[in-house]
Design a protein around this ligand. Structure first.
Ligand code: HPA
Length: 263
């Protein structure tokens, strides 16, 4: 399906906000009214995700009276070794009219005072993977400035939304590890020392791509576990899905209130 064909299906109303949903958070797409869902495999150039908990569809509809386009399901670097996998999807959001994206993920916490079930707004990141989705990109525009990559005005909106809903919203730095294996306890101790509050396997390449494309970024981590070595149990994807399901209620409430602020 081409861009014109997508527009024929979803209508001419421009999309205001784009969203990418993390592991176990896909239910958010079901919250939209008059939603039209187009599977990624029907859209030209779209990446295919094979991770359970990631549906892989573009869902366009209204949330709190705001036109939103959700990318339900994302493709991670660890699937094909392709850091720019989400580029066509983010470009599509921009082409549909989005000015900003809300990136969401499930993440581990490095901080005792941010237990599983917490929500954290990203104010910065550490690209610990050393990978970059803009490698191979051309022109001077590839040299993207990363100060305030997480837009301060959008961050303020997230906090205002959390406060209005009585939801505790932490704020911190997210470190990107490529995955798919989880971190070692030594890596968690290292990254905490380096200033990371949360660790995960996504979001950072999307933030870099979004800034390259000119989309503003807000991002939320749903904390599903303590980092490796902080508890007696080992990490697992089952735990990520289980714990993100528990935090889903507050997460949806926060996202709704954030979106409402654009109405
Ligand atoms: N590490 C990396 N990615 C994750 C984690 C984690 O502890 N939890 C959820 N996604």
């Amino acid at each position: 399906m081409t861009l014109d064909e997508i527009r024929d299906q979803i209508g001419a109303t421009p999309t205001q906000i784009g969203m990418i949903l993390g592991s176990g958070l896909g239910q958010m797409a079901g919250e939209m009214q008059d939603a039209i869902k187009i599977s990624f495999d029907e859209i030209d150039g779209m990446p295919q995700s094979g991770v359970s908990g990631h549906a892989g569809a573009l869902v366009v509809g209204n949330l709190e009276g705001v036109r939103c386009a959700i990318l339900s399901g994302r493709v991670h670097y660890y699937e094909q070794g392709h850091a720019a996998a989400m580029r066509p999807a983010l470009e599509l959001l921009a082409q549909l009219g989005a000015e900003s994206v809300l990136l969401t993920n499930s993440a581990g916490s490095t901080q005792q005072e941010m237990p599983p079930g917490s929500l954290m707004a990203l104010d910065d990141h550490i690209n610990y993977s050393g990978l970059n989705p803009l490698i191979g990109d051309g022109g001077d525009a590839r040299f993207v400035g990363m100060v305030d990559a997480y837009d301060p005005a959008l961050l303020a909106r997230l906090h205002a939304a959390a406060q209005a809903e009585g939801i505790t919203l932490h704020q911190g730095v997210y470190a990107w590890f490529s995955g798919p294996s989880f971190e070692t306890p030594a890596e968690i101790r290292m990254i905490r020392t380096m200033g990371a509050d949360a660790v995960g396997m996504s979001t950072v390449p999307e933030t870099i791509l979004a800034r390259r494309i000119g989309l503003k970024v807000a991002a939320i981590s749903c904390i599903t576990n303590y980092g490796a070595g902080m508890t007696t149990t080992n990490n697992s994807h089952a735990e990520t899905l289980e714990e993100s399901a528990k935090a889903r209620g507050a997460f949806i409430q926060l996202v709704r209130a954030y979106i409402r602020s654009f109405a």
